[in-house]
Ligand binder design. Structure first.
Ligand code: ZN
Ligand code: MN
Length: 485
């Protein structure tokens, strides 16, 4: 990052609620948001004695799917573990999670800039309940709602490959796109269905040595803005703490902090001295899992093409520039539109891309509408491109036709005919206009013959003036140069 005396080193742990019908280990409804408190509960997700968990097959499939979408390996064996801690929103006194054998390991996520952020692991666990704090006649109270307790949660851990707040935001945005794209989660951030723990540290040179003091883990961010603001605040705070000779100079372990958007600052939650010991051990109520190669193959097959792969295919198959491919793929619906047009007119992938990125996108932007609301359908655009490619209309006449199509979605060929925009390729008509132009512009002819090839432009202009924009420019040029030779 420029402008700061240090480099930022960031890793992000993302918690995502999976889009299942039921909870992770019981049959209760998983879509908890907005339901009256404690109505989506049973002995299992309330952690009552003797209740036994039954794993949700769909949750395991979605978790593996997420791993595959992130180019992870799926190890042959995996198991659940108990993560023990006491908190009022955790009725069992432990969370069922995965410790040393997660479902997915060693993947990567490509950002829109092309940078790859490595994924360390993705493991499956269960969500907790929620607490609601209040005050009544001067007495503070806390209410607990277990509707969210036991909702399947996927924790995706990145390597510390991220080097700015902007890149951190790009990472979580891209991750969210991939998870929505692959049907793993709707990741409704406003409902807390995606939360980020961000590990921030600063690295810099001091007296010729590289300094890299311990990180801060900022817990439970749930919006892009919170992520940006919290990273900016905490990295600056670490630097100031270093400069003023604070704790950070002697501290050996990380600290855990929370983020207060109201106050625009972080606050200390835990330091290394009181770091929690979760006493992980294998969950005795569940058997270990061995996802079969057949199951993994089936999930891999069902995976839709990811944006980065689609972009690479657009470059390889349609011969587009990386830049154009990126623009098209940045919007899934726009990319679908493009491919539908190419399917209708397979010979002109580049020309179609130019029209989609150029005139069509400009028209959409002018009215601030999405491609889904376009009045020119993909087949119509393909028909227009067919007229251009077939030499039936000139490029500038095509723009006029497109303008008409945009008004009321007309057929390009019909517009061409009613407006008399068919390109004149008839050589005798063009030759006659060329002769007239030569006769009427002796100065330009003389200049051209004296070697000023630029004078040809004036003659071409004169011919076009006679025939209108309908004239086939290539034919005009050829006949003119023949006549002047
Ligand atoms: Zn339940
Ligand atoms: Mn977790």
């Amino acid at each position: 990052m420029t402008g700061t005396p240090y480099e930022l080193v960031i890793g992000i742990e993302t918690h995502v609620e999976l889009g299942t019908e039921s909870k992770m280990f019981c049959g209760c409804q998983a879509r908890w948001f907005g339901a009256p408190p404690n109505t989506l509960v049973c002995p299992v997700c309330l952690g009552l004695p003797g209740a036994l968990p039954v794993p949700n097959r769909r949750a395991i499939e979605l978790a593996i799917t997420a791993g595959l979408a992130l180019h992870c390996e799926t190890p042959p064996h995996t198991k659940f573990d108990r993560k023990n801690y006491l908190y009022p929103d955790l009725p069992k006194g432990y969370q069922i999670s995965q410790y040393d054998l997660p479902l997915s390991v060693k993947g990567w996520l490509e950002l829109p800039t092309g940078k790859k952020v490595r994924i360390t692991r993705a493991h499956l666990e269960e969500d907790t309940g929620t607490l609601k704090h209040g005050e009544d006649a001067g007495r503070r109270y806390t209410l607990v709602d277990f509707n969210r307790s036991g909702v399947p949660l996927l924790e995706i851990v990145s390597e510390p490959d991220i080097s700015s707040a902007e890149e951190g935001e790009a990472y979580v945005r891209t991750l969210r796109d991939v998870l929505i794209f692959s049907g793993v989660s709707e990741m409704r951030l406003e409902e807390g269905a995606g939360r980020f723990d961000v590990n921030v540290s600063i690295r810099f040179q001091e007296n010729g040595k590289t300094m890299w003091p311990p990180q801060s883990e900022i817990k439970n961010l749930n919006s892009y803005q919170a992520l940006r603001d919290a990273v900016a605040y905490e990295s600056n705070r670490l630097w100031e703490e270093w400069r003023s000779g604070g704790d950070i100079r002697t501290r050996t372990g990380k600290i855990t902090v929370g983020w207060s958007p109201e106050r625009g600052r972080t606050y200390l939650q835990r330091s290394k001295e009181d770091v929690e010991d979760y006493r992980y051990f294998p969950e005795p109520d569940l058997v270990s899992l061995a996802p079969s190669p057949a199951m993994i193959a089936k999930l891999r097959e069902a995976l839709p093409e990811m944006p980065s792969e689609r972009r690479a295919r657009f470059v390889a198959v349609y011969g587009l520039s990386d830049y154009d491919a990126r623009l098209l793929v940045s919007d899934r619906a726009l990319a679908d539109y493009y491919e539908a047009a190419v399917k209708a007119e397979p010979g002109q992938p580049k020309l179609i891309a130019n029209w989609v990125i150029g005139d069509l996108t400009a028209a959409l932007k002018r009215e601030t509408i999405q491609i889904g609301a376009s009045r020119v359908g993909s087949e119509q655009l393909a028909a227009l491109v067919r007229l251009i490619g077939g030499g039936k209309v000139s490029g500038s006449a095509a723009k006029e036709i497109f303008g008409e199509m945009w008004k009321d979605g007309g057929d390009p060929e019909a517009i061409m005919n009613t407006r008399g925009l068919a390109q004149v390729s008839d050589e005798s008509a063009i030759a006659a206009a060329v002769d007239e132009a030569i006769e009427a512009n002796p100065g330009a002819v003389a200049a051209y013959k004296a070697g000023k090839t630029i004078a040809l432009g004036a003659l071409v202009g004169a011919v076009m003036g006679k025939l209108g924009r309908k004239a086939n420019a290539a034919v005009v040029n050829r006949i003119l140069t023949e006549r002047l030779a």
